[in-house]
Design a protein around this ligand. Structure first.
Ligand SMILES: [Zn+2]
Length: 299
């Protein structure tokens, strides 16, 4: 499964991506994580990204695409991946498409997360991340109200808030999303790849909706499941070949016995007829007998 999660910042893509990773066993590819990792490792692209971020500029498409290209070249993406936060604009979407076209592995689906902006503002301000395992929690989530420490890690480290996860920056981030990322909805809808989910409400319910839109056979999934019946039909034809003479013999036997029965019935009828004749003779009226015995032609 090669899918893209599309949605405004704070629409829950990251949280749901983690759920899908656990469910489908394919890696989540998050541009943010990749950039942070590249910066930490000091790779060439990482250094370029760091220079841009230090200058307060957005990391250029070239750098982001380069990092994604590197990531998609790794072994663990053979069975698929979940792209979260990429592509972020039409230029990135086109680069991704040509990258995937080269290796002959196009996207299976793009899932749009529908959430209204008031809910997004509330979610973003409540978002907390575990610095150790990267798990995302929310202080506004009914399941984890006011959470302060990671429940996944044994050491229970304190959760942190990303510097740009506050209400002041939300409006600006949503404006950027509207301008740059929103056009991707129509872009992918036109290609027949878009599915959308209501991403509001409990996390579990959103996961269920997400799994439901991914479950119905996508055109690509259908094609993949179609070859399955083929070996079956092969087996069938083999079985046919084996069974055919048996069936033929059975049909022959039936025909033979039918003929036998028919002959028997016929013989019986003949015998009956033969038996009847003398009786008929006996039943003949004396006048008829007299006529029969009378010489000369009767007219
Ligand atoms: Zn943790």
């Amino acid at each position: 499964m090669r899918i893209v999660l599309l949605g405004a910042p704070g629409s829950g893509k990251g949280t749901q991506a983690q759920r899908l990773v656990a469910r489908f066993g394919v890696p989540q590819i998050s541009t943010g994580d990749l950039l942070r990792s590249a910066v930490a490792r000091g790779t060439e692209l990482g250094l370029k990204a760091k220079a841009a971020m230090d200058a307060g500029a957005l990391v250029s498409d070239d750098i982001v695409i380069g990092i994604i290209r590197e990531r998609l070249g790794q072994m663990d993406v053979a069975a698929g991946y979940i792209l979260d936060g990429f592509p972020r604009n039409l230029a990135q979407a086109r680069s991704l498409a040509s990258m995937l076209a080269v290796i002959g592995q196009p996207l299976d689906a793009v899932v749009l997360f529908n959430v209204d902006y008031a809910e997004i503002a509330r979610r973003i301000s409540g978002r907390r991340t575990c610095p150790n395992c990267g798990a995302i929690f929310n202080v506004h989530d009914a399941a984890t109200p006011g959470i302060t420490h990671c429940t996944n890690c044994a050491a229970a480290p304190s959760l942190t808030q990303r510097p740009d996860d506050n209400e002041h920056t939300v409006a600006r981030r949503l404006a950027v999303y509207d301008e740059q990322t929103r056009p991707l909805i129509e872009h992918y809808r036109a290609q027949g790849l878009l599915r959308s989910v209501d991403a509001q409400g409990a996390v579990d319910k959103v996961t269920a909706r997400l799994v439901a839109v991914l479950a119905p056979p996508a055109p690509a999934a259908k094609r993949r499941s179609k070859p399955k019946p083929k070996p079956k039909s092969k087996k069938k034809s083999k079985a046919k070949r084996v069974r055919k003479p048996v069936r033929k013999a059975a049909r022959k036997a039936v025909r033979k016995s039918a003929r036998k029965v028919a002959r028997k019935v016929a013989r019986k009828a003949v015998r009956k007829a033969l038996r009847k004749k003398p009786r008929k003779k006996l039943r003949r009226s004396p006048r008829k007998r007299a006529r029969r015995q009378a010489p000369g032609p009767r007219l």
